[in-house]
Design a protein around this ligand. Structure first.
Ligand SMILES: Cc1cc2nc3c(=O)[nH]c(=O)nc-3n(C[C@H](O)[C@H](O)[C@H](O)COP(=O)(O)O)c2cc1C
Ligand code: SF4
Length: 320
């Protein structure tokens, strides 16, 4: 049988779509989204469409309504970080006769994976703070006459009922967690993948520029450490290739394939695949910057949900 990660990304997503909704959307599905190269794809028959994650400098998902025109039942949920991006997307989509079904507001200082800021230096910009973005976005919705029509889903560093209540107080309708679900028992990534994420200390979590030209956050594993040390030399030697050396050819714009020296010089599809399969020496392990609710422990989704929704800590010891 062909290993899962060697199949075409779109086939993988379709395969997943034929299964019951996964409990582990972040560990598996989100990695697949990244491995699909930030190109737009949809899951047949599902109410979910992961969308291009775009910071101000790299382009916003402005053309998503056209791309999804033939799929009116699919919810379009752009992932944005700042109020200006929200305004631009909503204004542009309105002209095309569509509003986002919800908007994920992801904090680039806290979230895992690709981040919605133009450059690494912008990740800590206070304009992305939830208590700045949410009131600005809600005020814009009101002035645009669309108050209450677009739920806001907040993401990045959320790990407790207290966090959720605070964000609800700011006007969030929902929250999205990535890393905490990626380290649950049910997540079907390799156990070594979960261990890397759960064991990472704050000083092990780093930001760099990915092959897609976006800032990204991951664990400084031996592979990433080596890559970051070699990065200046790799960038010096960056050159346009005739074609992608992998058969996926996943990214519309790829720093490695296109020889864009300011972008990452590694194959993100290959390295994310290695991570999913637990190859700590070759994989890229995306992770958020926040503390995990159960520290280094890998626990079932049910316990995580009880903690998040009821503030109830698990009492049964777990195997580390
Ligand atoms: C392993 C991993 C892979 C991710 N891949 C993607 C992705 O492909 N596309 C995306 O929009 N977000 C991706 N994310 C971001 C999550 O969907 C989520 O918004 C973010 O991690 C929230 O922050 P948290 O991890 O602190 O909860 C990923 C996160 C993790 C941890
Ligand atoms: S080298 Fe090819 S498969 Fe790898 S990230 Fe670039 S486009 Fe995708």
């Amino acid at each position: 049988m062909t290993p899962f990660f060697e199949t075409n990304p779109v086939d993988r997503l379709d395969a997943l779509a034929s299964e019951p909704v996964a409990t582990c959307t972040a560990g598996m599905l989100a990695n697949l989204a990244a491995a699909s190269g930030l190109r737009n794809w949809h899951l047949k028959g599902r109410e979910l469409i992961p969308v291009v994650q775009g910071g101000m400098g790299v382009g916003l998902p402005l053309d998503l309504p056209e791309i999804a025109r033939e799929h009116p039942d699919v919810a379009l949920i752009p992932i944005l970080s700042g109020a200006r991006g929200v305004q631009l997307v909503v204004r542009k989509w309105e002209k095309k006769g569509r509003l986002p079904d919800a908007i994920v507001i992801e904090h680039p200082r806290l979230a895992g994976g690709h981040l919605g800021a133009a450059k690494i230096a912008d990740l800590n910009d206070p304009r992305f703070d939830f208590d700045v973005v949410l009131p600005q976005v809600l005020a814009f919705f009101k002035s645009a006459g669309i108050e209450g029509r677009i739920p806001l889903i907040v993401a990045g560093g959320i790990g407790s009922l207290e966090d959720i209540r605070r964000l609800q107080g700011l006007g969030a309708s929902a929250v999205q967690l990535g890393t905490a679900f990626a380290v649950t028992t049910e997540c079907d990534a390799h156990i070594a993948f979960k261990r890397v994420l759960a064991d990472a200390k704050p000083e092990d979590i780093v930001e760099f520029t990915s092959t897609a030209g976006l800032p990204a956050r991951a664990v400084r594993t031996p592979w990433l450490d080596k890559y970051l040390r070699l990065e200046p030399r790799l960038k010096d030697k960056a050159h346009k290739k005739e074609h992608c050396t992998m058969r996926f050819d996943c990214l519309a714009h790829c720093g490695l394939r296109d020889g864009t020296a300011t972008w990452g010089q590694f194959c993100i599809d290959k390295t994310l695949g290695h991570a999913l399969e637990g190859h700590t020496d070759q994989g890229l392990f995306f992770r958020g910057a926040g503390r995990l609710p159960f520290g280094r422990e890998i626990r079932p989704v049910g316990e995580l949900m009880r903690w998040l929704l009821g503030g109830i800590r698990p009492t049964v010891p777990t195997v580390r």
